[in-house]
Design a protein around this ligand. Structure first.
Ligand SMILES: Nc1ncnc2c1ncn2[C@@H]1O[C@H](COP(=O)(O)OP(=O)(O)O)[C@@H](O)[C@H]1O
Ligand SMILES: [Mg+2]
Length: 432
């Protein structure tokens, strides 16, 4: 098939763009490769590992990876490249370096060992007139990377990685570092919110854990708050599970590794810092890469609270309805005794239920749903995992598992060896 014809076909079937081989001194297997939402393309010498195979000893088995992450339908997908090779990958003539990730912009040229040149051509932003689209030589999204704000030595670009009820998260950088950052911008917060936010930023800078987003700096400018954190490039768990209008399920072996990592984060928060997160949900869990076995990070400490003693309870109604523990609803009544860190365990149970079944047990705000029946109906998952979910969704907080109970549950202990070995591997590989 001619280059132009295959490109034309790609345009018709793909929503984000194409990687197009523009020159090659060696044999490769593909000329044009489409990138769709949440695709991951591996480039290198290995026939087993790679989608674009470059047949030269100068190229690593897995040389670099390119993937896309789409936050939602209104936010343009981000396309990332990660260099995996000792002898490097260049983008527009600039060496990335092993372990470095950057955002690809339209018409960026990737070069591998001066052997192969691949151009990233973005199509989702074009008003699709196929005749026009073929003449892709337009500067369609240079605007994506123009900067919108400078805060001290931080530059905030207008490339959006996500947004929530409190803030919008942009790609940012700092002249002192080669890596990209995420900058959460909370605009026009009220004086009421101000106290909470200052408290949050103080709390965040204290937190240091492999499965919790690392915050580097916070700044208040007028009525805006800026939180500078590590940019986690695999998107959040909600996007990872999104499958059109539905959420897909994950295999149990993949799910348990995510839960295991979140338990490490919650153990640190509950048992070491006495902090309640209060908004555990799919949207607030980030992935290094949108692939099974990725390292995950808990983010969004906007509603977190540090208690002064383990016995202390709190009453404020915060969080997301679908994940809200019954005792938080009940805390509206002043006669009620409030709630403690078990609210995070309930939310973890809801999340786990969604990952295993694709069903959100309380999505219709119905706390009377018989979730036991619902969970028992899943034929494809183990008895231990069903028991684990049930024991997180006990209405009675005295019976509901704590993070320590979870770590001793047979679902975890029975898989501990494998989980611990995977865990030590993924936690070593981040950001060099
Ligand atoms: N550090 C980060 N790196 C990459 N994506 C992020 C990061 N922080 C947040 N996001 C994305 O942005 C979304 C909103 O961020 P979040 O901090 O949860 O804001 P909010 O408090 O408004 O809910 C998240 O669901 C996630 O998809
Ligand atoms: Mg959030």
């Amino acid at each position: 098939m001619s280059n132009t014809l295959s490109l034309l076909l790609c345009i018709m079937i793909c929503s984000i763009g194409v990687l197009e081989l523009v020159s090659s001194d060696v044999k490769t297997n593909r000329l044009v490769i489409p990138i769709d939402q949440h695709d991951i393309i591996r480039i290198g010498r290995s026939k087993q590992l790679c989608d674009i195979i470059i047949n030269s000893i100068r190229v690593s088995l897995l040389h670099c990876m390119i993937w896309s992450v789409k936050f939602d339908k209104d936010t343009p997908a981000l396309v990332y490249i990660k260099d995996m090779a000792l002898n490097g990958t260049t983008v527009n003539g600039e060496m990335l370096g092993k372990g470095t990730t950057r955002v690809l912009e339209n018409l960026d040229t990737i070069e591998i060992q001066s052997l192969v040149q691949i151009v990233w051509k973005r199509l989702d932003e074009l008003e699709i007139d196929l005749g026009l689209a073929l003449d892709i030589d337009m500067d369609i999204d240079r605007r994506l990377f123009s900067h919108v704000a400078k805060v001290l030595d931080w530059t905030i670009t207008n490339t959006i990685v996500g947004s929530g009820s409190y803030g919008t998260i942009y790609v940012g950088h700092n002249s002192r570092y080669s890596t990209l950052f995420a900058v959460k911008v909370i605009r026009n917060y009220s004086s009421d919110a101000r106290k909470r936010i200052i408290h949050e930023s103080q709390l965040l800078t204290k937190i240091c854990h492999p499965n919790i987003i690392k915050v580097h700096d916070t700044h208040v400018r007028g009525s805006h708050l800026y939180i500078m954190e590590d940019l986690i490039c695999g998107g959040d768990l909600f996007s990872y599970l999104s499958n059109g209008t539905k959420l897909r399920t994950l295999p149990e072996s993949e799910t348990i590794f995510i839960i295991y990592q979140l338990l490490q984060a919650l153990d640190y928060l509950h048992n070491h810092l006495n902090v309640l997160h209060r908004d555990i949900k799919l949207d607030n869990v980030l992935l290094d890469l949108p692939v099974p076995g990725s390292r995950v990070y808990l983010c969004d400490f906007g509603t977190a609270k540090q208690l002064s003693s383990t016995l202390q309870r709190t009453r404020t109604v915060v969080g997301t309805a679908e994940y809200l523990a019954p005792e938080i609803f009940n805390s509206i009544e002043s006669t009620c005794s409030g709630y403690n860190n078990k609210c995070d365990m309930w939310a973890l149970g809801v999340m786990l239920c969604i990952m295993l079944s694709g069903i959100s047990p309380f999505a219709r705000d119905d706390h009377h749903t018989n979730h036991m029946l619902l969970i028992d109906g899943f034929a494809h998952i183990s008895k231990q995992s069903k028991n684990f979910v049930k024991r997180l969704l006990y209405f009675d907080i005295r019976k509901r598992m704590s993070v320590t109970d979870c770590l001793k549950h047979v679902w975890i202990t029975g898989n501990e060896k494998r989980l611990a070995s995977k865990y030590s591997k993924v936690c070593q590989v981040r950001k060099k």
